[in-house]
Design a protein around this ligand. Sequence first.
Ligand SMILES: [Zn+2]
Length: 133
Amino acid sequence: MDWLQKFMYGRHGPDQLSLGLIVLSLILSVINSFLRGPASVIVMLLCTAGMVLSLWRMFSRNHEKRWAENQKFVAATQPVLRFFRQLHSRWKDRKTYRYYHCPKCRATLRVPRGRGKISIKCPVCKNEFIKKA
Ligand SMILES: [Zn+2]
């Protein structure tokens, strides 16, 4: 493994964008297994391009450019990832908490379940409303 360490020395290595490209390529290759004809060739080329681009980024020695590209990717995917993280945490504590939106400012509020009718005060706009929790 000494040769691999020597080969990877000074190279950018994997980051979120490279891993995202690999995941996208794998999804495309699954989709491609259902396709026939010219569409299949196009998707196969996109899949290969994604893999090659990902490898090229990992082996690149231009850290500044790769870092800047990765920062843009992370900033662009942040809202999507936040949405799925929120969905996951809501699912995890669905038995102990209920989620409501403030009727005034639409902020998401989490309240403990099984307390009957409760008055909820929004910490953002201080609006109070009554809900069954
Ligand atoms: Zn509010």
